[in-house]
Design a protein around this ligand. Structure first.
Ligand code: GLA
Length: 690
C-alpha cells in the first residue's frame, strides 16, 4: 500500500471521510455567472465529485493588468467548494499568458521552425526558455501559493497545464541561447560536440558555440544528431521550467503535493515523461481516446505506460472525456457503457483518481462542443446519469485505493530516443510509425489475454520472463550489455527490424546490422529492404509482411529460422529467427511489420517458448482484459469486457466489489462492462481445470 499521506488528494484534509477515489474535473467557474456556481456544487455532490482542478486558464482574471490583482472571485469559489466538502487541485494559472503581457513583451512568443512568430489569441503562446515569461509566471505562482497556502480546500498544486502541448518546439533566439548552454553541459567542449554531431559531414564544423543554432528551416536535411539533441533539449527545457514553478511552491507550501498533467498518448511525443516523473510528487495523466479498431487497446497501452512512468505508484487521471472531444477530424460520442469502462481501464492500471475535462460544458469558446460532466443539455441527460453512476462505482471500489498494479511476467519496451530517431527525415523509410508498432505488439498481448507491463529502457528487466522491444533503434553500449545479460540470465527477448542500429549519438554500429544486437541475435544484415507503400511480402507461415524486410544471414549455429520469406526480394531468406543459447533464454528477431493480427500468432509462439501463458480462461482471451491490483492482503481482478457481446465465465470465484457478481459458480460480464473481483493476494478468481 502506498501511504495515504503521499496521496493527500484522496481525502480533503478537513474531511473525516475515509480515503476514497478522487473523482472530479477541471472546473472553470470564471466562464459562468455566480448563480451557476451554487448549482455546480450541488450537482457535484450529487455526482459524488470529491476534487476539482481550478484556475487553469485564469491568469487574465487573476491579474487583469501588470499591477492589478483580483483574487476575490477565486477566494469565493474555493470557500464554496470547501463548504461543500470538495477539495481543490489548484492550478498555478500560468498556462495562458494574458494579452497585456504579450503586448508588453512580445518577445515571450514562440517562434516556429520556419521563423514565424506565434500570436496570442489561443493558449500556451510562450517560450519555455524565455526569462521574461518565467519572471512573470513565477510572480503569479508566488502570489497564488502565498494567498492559498492555508486554504483548507487545497490538496494539490497543478503546475501550468499540459506543458508542451502547443509549445514544445520553439526556435526563437531564447531557445538558441538555451540550446547552446544545454549543449555545453552535455558535451563540455566543441571538439566533443563536433565529434558527436559528425560535423565533418557537409562542412558543418563549429568553431564557436555562438555559431550553433536550433535546427531551423534549412536548405536540406538538418544534421540528424543536432535534431535528436534538439528534441532532448526541448524536453529538458520544459522540465526545467516545471522545476522552477515547483521550487516556488515547495518553498511556500512544502506539505502540499505538486503535480503537472502529462499527456501519455499518441500525439505527444515531445515530452520525455519518464524523465520528468521524479520532479513531481505524483504523476497525473490526460488521455483522450481515438475512435477506431485499436481505441481500447491504445487506452490500455497509455494507462500501462503511465503506470510505469509513475514507478508503479498510484497515479491521477487528470483529464479524459465523458463523451466527444472537439479537436479530432470527426468527434464521435461515446456509446453506452464507454464512459465507465474507459475510466475503469485507467483505474485497473493504477489510477486512484478519475477526472474529466471538464465539469460544465462551455457555452462559448473553442471547446464548446467538447463534452463535459454536465453537458449543454443539463443534468437531465444520459451523460450526467452515467457520471453519477460512475461516482457510485468508484465509492464501491474504495478498498482498491492505494493498492498497486501487480507486475506482469512480460514487458514491452517503449523508448523515447528510438521514437524520436526513427521518425525523423533521412531514414530508410518515412512510413515507419514507432508508436503504432509498439501498440500493435500491445494489441497482440491483449488478443492473447496475456498481461504485459509497458516499460522504458531504464527499467530493471530481470524480473520479466519475456521482453518485447520492437524497433529498439537507439542502443547505447550499456543497453546492449544489459540486454545481453538479460538473455544470459535466462530471459527471452524479442526485437524487430531497425533495432540496434545506432548509438546515443545516432552513429551507426558498424560491421552489419542489427549493430549492437548482432551477436546477441546471431544474425547479420548487410542491407535493409524497406518496402514501398503498397507492397507486401508473404511468409512461409502464411503471414503477410509490410513496410520492411531485411537481408538476413544467420551467423550463429544456435539460431533457428522460425519463418522465411516466400515472395519479394528476400524470398527464401529468414524473416523470423530465434537464437537459443546453450545457457540462457532466447533472442528473437522479426524483420518485417506484421500488424497486430499477424503478430498475435508469432507472439504466441515466442511466449510459449518463454513459458508465459494467459491467466484467463480460453473463451475470454482477447474479449476480456484482465488486470490485477494488490495491497498485499488482497488481489483485485479487473475484468473488462472489451466487446459489444456478453462474455461468460464458467468457473469463477471472488467477491464482486462492483459490476456483476459470480453466481452459481459462473459470471456473465455484460457488453462493455467491468467486474472487479476481490480474492486473496496471489490467488486468481478462475477455478482450476477450466
Ligand atoms: C487538454 C487540455 C484541456 C482541454 C482538453 C480538451 O487536455 O488540458 O484544457 O483543452 O485538452 O480535450
Amino acid at each position: 500500500m502506498t501511504p495515504a499521506s503521499e496521496r493527500r488528494w484522496l481525502r480533503p484534509p478537513s474531511d473525516d471521510r475515509p480515503a476514497s477515489f478522487a473523482y472530479g474535473a477541471d472546473y472553470n467557474p470564471e466562464q459562468w455567472p455566480r448563480e451557476v456556481w451554487k448549482e455546480d456544487v450541488r450537482l457535484m455532490r450529487e455526482a459524488g465529485v470529491t476534487v476539482v482542478s481550478v484556475a487553469i486558464f485564469s491568469w487574465a482574471r487573476l491579474q487583469p493588468a501588470e499591477d492589478r490583482w483580483d483574487f476575490a472571485w477565486l477566494d469565493e469559489v474555493l470557500d464554496l467548494l470547501h463548504d461543500s466538502g470538495i477539495a481543490v487541485d489548484l492550478a498555478t494559472a500560468t498556462a495562458s499568458p494574458p494579452p497585456w503581457l504579450t503586448t508588453l513583451h512580445p518577445e515571450i512568443l514562440p517562434v516556429t521552425r520556419t521563423g514565424e512568430t506565434l500570436s496570442q489569441g489561443a493558449r500556451q503562446h510562450w517560450r519555455p526558455t524565455s526569462p521574461v515569461f518565467r519572471a512573470y509566471a513565477l510572480r503569479l505562482v508566488e502570489a497564488m501559493a502565498t494567498r492559498y497556502a492555508d486554504h483548507p480546500a487545497l490538496v494539490a498544486w497543478h503546475i501550468s497545464n499540459e506543458l508542451g502541448c502547443h509549445n514544445i518546439y520553439d526556435y526563437s533566439d531564447d531557445a538558441a541561447q538555451a540550446f547552446r548552454d544545454w549543449l555545453r553541459t552535455r558535451y563540455g567542449t566543441l571538439d566533443e560536440l563536433n565529434r558527436a554531431w559528425a560535423t565533418s559531414f557537409w562542412s558543418q564544423y563549429y568553431g564557436q558555440w555562438e555559431q550553433i543554432q536550433p535546427p531551423r528551416l534549412a536548405a536540406s536535411h538538418a544534421n540528424p544528431t543536432q535534431q535528436l539533441d534538439f528534441k532532448r533539449f526541448s524536453s529538458d527545457a520544459l522540465k526545467d521550467y516545471l522545476r522552477a514553478e515547483r521550487d516556488v511552491l515547495r518553498r511556500i507550501t512544502p506539505d502540499v503535493p505538486v503535480t503537472t498533467n502529462f499527456m501519455v498518448m499518441g500525439e505527444t511525443k515531445g515530452m520525455n515523461y519518464p524523465d520528468w516523473a521524479d520532479e513531481i510528487d505524483f504523476v497525473s495523466n490526460d488521455h483522450y481516446a481515438h475512435p477506431g479498431p485499436q481505441r481500447l487497446d491504445e487506452l490500455s497501452f497509455s494507462a500501462a505506460l503511465t503506470h510505469s512512468i509513475a514507478h508503479g505508484r498510484p497515479w491521477f487521471l487528470m483529464e479524459h472525456s465523458t463523451s466527444a472531444v472537439n479537436w479530432q477530424t470527426v468527434n464521435v460520442a461515446k456509446t453506452e457503457g464507454e464512459l465507465a469502462r474507459d475510466s475503469l481501464v485507467h483505474v485497473a492500471h493504477g489510477a486512484d483518481a478519475v477526472c474529466f475535462f471538464q465539469w460544465r460544458q462551455s457555452a462559448a469558446g473553442a471547446e464548446k462542443y467538447h463534452s463535459a460532466m454536465v453537458p449543454h443539455a443539463g443534468p437531465d441527460s444520459e451523460v450526467f446519469r452515467a457520471v453519477t453512476a460512475l461516482g457510485r462505482t468508484l465509492r464501491e471500489l474504495t478498498p482498491v485505493t492505494g493498492s498497486v498494479r501487480e507486475p506482469a511476467r512480460a514487458a514491452l519496451v517503449y523508448d523515447w530516443d528510438s521514437w524520436w530517431a526513427v521518425e525523423r527525415d533521412s531514414q530508410p523509410t518515412s512510413l515507419l510509425r514507432y508508436r503504432q508498432e509498439a501498440l500493435d505488439w500491445y494489441s497482440a498481448f491483449l488478443a492473447l489475454g496475456v498481461r504485459v507491463d509497458v516499460v522504458t529502457t531504464a527499467a530493471d528487466l530481470t524480473g520479466y520472463d519475456f521482453v518485447a522491444a520492437p524497433v529498439l533503434h537507439v542502443v547505447p553500449k550499456d543497453l546492449a550489455d544489459r540486454l545481453d545479460a538479460y538473455v544470459r540470465g535466462g530471459g527471452h527477448l524479442a526485437t524487430t527490424y531497425y533495432s540496434g542500429v545506432v548509438d546515443e549519438n545516432d552513429h551507426v554500429h558498424l560491421g552489419g546490422y542489427p549493430g549492437a544486437l548482432r551477436d546477441l541475435l546471431g544474425i547479420r544484415i548487410e542491407e535493409f529492404g524497406p518496402l514501398l507503400e503498397d507492397a507486401d511480402v508473404r511468409l512461409d507461415n502464411g503471414l503477410t509482411g509490410t513496410l520492411w524486410t531485411d537481408r538476413i544471414e544467420v551467423t550463429d549455429p544456435e539460431v533457428t529460422v522460425l519463418a522465411r520469406y516466400e515472395t519479394g526480394d528476400q524470398a527464401g531468406r529468414p524473416a523470423l529467427t530465434r537464437r537459443v543459447p546453450a545457457d540462457g533464454g532466447s533472442a528473437s528477431y522479426l524483420s518485417t511489420r506484421l500488424g497486430s493480427q499477424g503478430l498475435t500468432g508469432v507472439l504466441e509462439t515466442l511466449l510459449s517458448g518463454a513459458g508465459v501463458a494467459s491467466e484467463l480462461p480460453a473463451g475470454a482471451r482477447g474479449r476480456v482484459e484482465a488486470t490485477v491490483r494488490t495491497d498485499g492482503t488482497h488481489a483485485y481482478w479487473f475484468l473488462v469486457n472489451r466487446t459489444d457481446e456478453p462474455v461468460e465465465f464458467d468457473a469463477v470465484d471472488g467477491e464482486a466489489l462492483t459490476g456483476p457478481a459470480p453466481a452459481g459458480g459462473g459470471l456473465v460480464l455484460p457488453p462493455r462492462e467491468v467486474a472487479v473481483l476481490r480474492v486473496e493476494a496471489g490467488a486468481t478468481p478462475f477455478l482450476p481445470g477450466v
